[in-house]
Every structure is written in structure tokens, then in C-alpha cells.
Write a protein that binds this ligand. Structure first.
Ligand code: SAM
Length: 298
């Protein structure tokens, strides 16, 4: 599949589970190598210091003021988890919210980029010095294969789209999550806006042999769909879906505001014109850029 321009277009455009399933074992191992190596190319991934304070653990502003931060806080307040596992904390912008939440006493992070975890470590030591009873553990590895400790809640923010075999990932998450525990995930979504961007990239650049023959360009950057999650749940029966919210729509905000009363059945129209659709089968999802999903362990 990955040995032609059209094959690689199909690889990017199909929902992730279909394209991953179509790859030969050899192609899957090429993609896995590309995933393992991609962080070595980007200076701010090798040296998280380059990101400075903006949207990192060090930022002072309260995180609740943005949509994602607000939902994360709402979920933490409702669930009050004692032990939280975060997959792919990166620069730790939301790690700050998790660690300083009064209910959270133990924080575990898994990231396949050791530079992020090295950067977070001294910051978490400071948290443990100021928050009584707080402990943490940082594990370098691929979330799909590394040993995962038992926990009562899991957070994945913009991490799922880097992981190719999500059935394997969710099977192992379900096996380590306490009964009644939840997984809170926000990730970019694979609907029309994304598909259009991929087609544009293909026309501009990605069709060239010089691009797709370079294995590093074949890394997993496959956004999420509700269809893929439902197919995963057919295999991982211990998990059910508590909540789905589509947001970041591609319409101008004015239009969002105008029709938000009709769409946002359970949300007042937000002042900034953002709108949210919380019906998982809504056709509006085809126009969104991001989705929030919460799974519960039965
Ligand atoms: C786009 S960043 C998101 C960072 C942060 N959660 C945020 O929302 O700002 C993706 C994160 O997932 C991590 N990651 C990617 N693939 C992973 C894998 N297979 N296992 C564990 N972490 C992974 C990356 O190293 C990075 O920290």
C-alpha cells in the first residue's frame, strides 16, 4: 500500500483502523519505526525548553478558561480520581491541571519521547514538595506496548492520533483501569475539514516520490472518528461511551452563533462563538476538527 502515491493517499484518507489493517506486517513495522523516530527531527520535541512558558506546564494562566481545559476540570471535579495516568503529556500544559487537582494524589505519565518526561520531572518534584501526599511516576515507552500500571482514570490529550493500533491500546487501557474508572480523551477528528487538508497536501507535495519514499513521512498522524471508536468497542467489551462532544467546527463563528441554539441542545451559546454538538451520531461531526470522548470501564 505504501509503495505508490495513491496508496499513501489512501493510507492517510481512510479511517485509521481501516488503513492500519490494510498495511502488510512489513509496512506496519516501517510505520512503527517512523513513529519512534519522528520526535528526533523536531527541535522543540528534543528540547522542550524551546517552547518556553506558552502552553506548557510553566504557564501561569488558569487552564479552565479554554474549552478543553474547562472540560478537563469538569471531568476531574466529577470523577475525583486518586490515581491518574496521562498518555503523552508533552509539554505538560494540562498536566498542571491534573496534578494540582485536589483529588489527584498519584500521577503517572507515559510518553515515548524521553525529553518531555525529563523536562517534566523537576516540575513534578516541586508539586510533590507543595502538595501533601502527592507522588508521581514517569514511564518512557509506547503506550500501546509498555507495561501500564493500574489506575482509576486515564487522560489522553492529542495523543491518540499518534498511535496506530488503537484496538491494542484500548484493550490494554481497559485491562488496567479500575471498574467504574474513566478515560478522558480529546483529539483532532478525521472528518471533511481534515480530508480536504489531506487532499490539498497530496496535490501540493505528498504525491511526489521524494516525499512518500521517505519512511519518516509515513508516521501515524491519523485523526479520530466515532466510527473507529465504536469498532474498537466491539472488540473491547469492558468499555462503554459516557459522552461524545464534537467541537472546533470549520464554519465561521458567526454562523456557529446563529445556529448554536439548534445545535447546542445542552450548551448555552458560548460567548466566543464556539459551539459544541454532543450527539454522537450527529451529521454535524463531518464539519468538526476536534472531538472529546469519555469511556467508562464496566
Ligand atoms: C501532540 S502532543 C500532545 C501533548 C499534550 N498532551 C498536549 O495536549 O499539549 C502528543 C504527545 O503524545 C506523545 N506520544 C506520541 N505517540 C506516543 C505513543 N505511542 N506512546 C506514548 N506517547 C506518545 C508525544 O511524545 C507527545 O508528548
Amino acid at each position: 500500500m505504501l509503495n505508490s502515491a495513491l496508496g499513501t493517499l489512501l493510507y492517510r484518507i481512510l479511517p485509521n483502523d481501516y488503513s492500519w489493517g490494510l498495511l502488510s506486517p512489513q509496512e506496519q513495522s516501517i510505520v512503527n519505526s517512523a513513529n519512534a523516530d519522528q520526535y528526533l527531527d523536531r527541535p522543540e520535541y528534543r528540547n522542550p525548553e524551546l517552547k518556553e512558558a506558552y502552553r506548557s506546564f510553566d504557564q501561569d494562566d488558569p487552564r479552565q478558561s479554554d474549552l478543553v481545559g474547562g472540560w478537563l476540570h469538569e471531568w476531574l471535579d466529577n470523577e475525583e480520581p486518586h490515581t491518574v495516568l496521562e498518555i503523552g503529556p508533552g509539554w505538560g500544559f494540562y498536566t498542571h491541571s491534573i496534578c494540582f487537582h485536589p483529588a489527584v494524589k498519584r500521577y503517572i505519565a507515559i510518553d515515548n519521547n524521553p525529553y518531555f518526561l525529563d523536562w517534566l520531572r523537576p516540575r513534578l518534584v516541586k508539586v510533590s514538595e507543595t502538595k501533601p501526599g502527592f507522588t508521581f511516576d514517569l514511564v518512557v515507552g509506547d503506550a500501546g506496548t509498555v507495561h501500564i500500571p493500574t489506575c482509576d482514570a486515564i487522560v489522553m490529550l492529542s495523543a491518540i492520533h499518534h498511535i496506530p493500533d488503537r484496538a491494542v491500546l484500548f484493550r490494554q487501557l481497559a485491562s488496567k483501569l479500575c471498574v467504574g474508572g474513566t478515560i478522558f480523551a480529546i483529539d483532532p477528528s478525521h472528518y471533511l475539514p481534515r480530508i480536504i487538508v489531506l487532499l490539498k497536501k497530496f496535490i501540493r507535495d505528498h504525491r511526489r516520490p521524494g516525499f512518500w519514499r521517505n519512511y519518516r513521512n509515513l508516521n501515524t498522524h491519523h485523526f479520530c472518528t466515532i466510527g473507529e471508536f465504536l469498532r474498537i468497542l466491539n472488540e473491547v467489551n469492558e468499555l462503554s461511551i459516557d459522552l461524545v462532544r464534537y467541537h472546533n467546527f470549520c464554519f465561521p463563528r458567526g454562523i456557529g452563533r446563529a445556529i448554536s441554539l439548534w445545535l447546542n441542545k445542552n450548551y448555552p451559546p458560548p460567548v466566543d462563538g464556539q459551539w459544541v454538538v454532543d450527539r454522537r451520531d450527529s451529521m454535524c461531526r463531518w464539519f468538526c476538527w476536534q472531538m472529546n470522548i469519555v469511556f467508562r470501564r464496566q
